[in-house]
Design a binder for this molecule. Structure first.
Ligand code: FES
Length: 61
């Protein structure tokens, strides 16, 4: 499924960016360019980050 229409970034690409260490919407944008144009997909990217974080909480927290 395409998450970011502007850059043609799929949910798989965003998940891959998160798996590679992206922790913020800005990180994801740097990694796969999602959210770096109109910004309409930023809330979807943020949701994905939050879901991933709640499944894999950081070791320190
Ligand atoms: S839809 Fe992602 S930046 Fe426009």
């Amino acid at each position: 499924m395409i998450v970011c229409l502007c850059k043609g970034v799929s949910d798989r690409d965003v998940h891959a960016a998160i798996d590679q260490g992206s922790r913020t919407v800005r990180d994801v944008g740097r990694c796969c360019r999602a959210g770096t144009d109109c910004g309409a997909c930023v809330s979807a990217v943020r949701d994905m980050l939050q879901r991933k974080r709640s499944r894999n909480p950081p070791a320190s927290g």
